[in-house]
Design a protein around this ligand. Structure first.
Ligand code: OAS
Length: 276
């Protein structure tokens, strides 16, 4: 079968006017290698000397530089300088991720240890990607942060916008369906369960530059399915937001917020006019 010529010509014009993205798969590949570099729990081979680690570091550095050189025109700064700025954050990000793994382990009675969390937990994978995506976002590097966050989203079901500010000891348990919007601010020791949305109250395009998503202070726990919306919504420290709560206003510190939907429980064999 031959293709419609007119379609092919239009598509060709589209190809000619649209820049390609040669670094799409290299970014995800690089991040995976950074994960193995920082966490031996994920590596398939043993490191036998600091020199070997140093050599790996140089390879990762060169790969990052190569990606940034490829998109030089889209950057606000020199690729070499940006690569340096990203890599000098490694010790800080590594320390932060170890705290996240500890928090996930502490927060989940089903976790057998920190190594298991690092090796298998989607929450750890998501926060790992986020800690890097956020650094690139802060350096105004276009597109790469979203490639990283959407790659993590597709693997874990956890959608964290690279712009979200997330404090230390962040714990996601299960995680599927979590959405954390761009201007969300999260303090230290915060724990989120699956299906939590930290979202915008209005999704008007004109809101792009405003704070649209909530702020959660330290030691907040949000249970499954809760939805917290709005840039002015602040959840005070040490508060607990119950499952399926829909919240569009602020909460004082030390609060417990829950709703009690009516549930009906009865014997199946009871005579009733209602049908199931
Ligand atoms: C998470 C969320 O509210 O998303 C809505 C929209 N993408 C925005 O950022 O405002």
């Amino acid at each position: 079968m031959t293709m419609d010529k007119e379609f092919i010509n239009k598509l060709f014009a589209y190809h000619q006017s649209t820049p390609p993205m040669p670094y799409r798969s290299s970014v995800c590949d690089l991040l995976e290698k950074v994960r193995e570099f920082l966490f031996p729990q994920l590596s398939e081979s043993c490191i036998v000397s600091p020199a070997q680690l140093e050599a790996q570091y140089q390879v990762l550095y060169a790969k990052m530089l190569n990606i940034l050189v490829g998109m030089r025109k889209e950057l606000r700064d020199d690729p070499e300088k940006l690569t340096h700025q990203i890599f000098e954050k490694f010790p800080q990000i590594h320390a932060c991720l170890k705290k996240d793994a500890e928090a996930i382990c502490e927060g989940d009675p089903a976790a057998s240890g920190v190594d298991q969390v690092i090796r298998t937990y989607p929450g750890f994978k998501a926060i790992f990607s986020h800690r890097f995506a956020h650094e690139l976002y802060l350096l105004d590097i276009p597109l790469l942060p979203r490639i990283i966050s959407e790659n993590a989203h597709s693997h874990t079901g956890i959608d964290i916008h690279p712009g979200a500010k997330i404090g230390a000891y962040f714990c996601i348990d299960h995680g599927t369906g979590i959405v954390i919007g761009e201007t969300t601010e999260i303090g230290d020791h915060v724990k989120l369960y699956q299906g939590v949305t930290l979202g915008a109250l209005s999704v008007d395009k004109s809101m792009a530059e405003t704070k649209r998503h909530p702020t959660l202070h330290d030691h907040v726990v949000v249970y499954a399915g809760a939805t917290i919306l709005g840039g002015h919504t602040i959840i005070g420290e040490n508060s607990t937001i119950g499952g399926n709560v829909w919240l569009t206003s602020s909460v004082q510190k030390d609060s417990v917020v829950y709703h009690r939907p009516q549930i009906i429980m009865k014997n199946k064999n009871e005579a009733s006019s209602e049908s199931a």
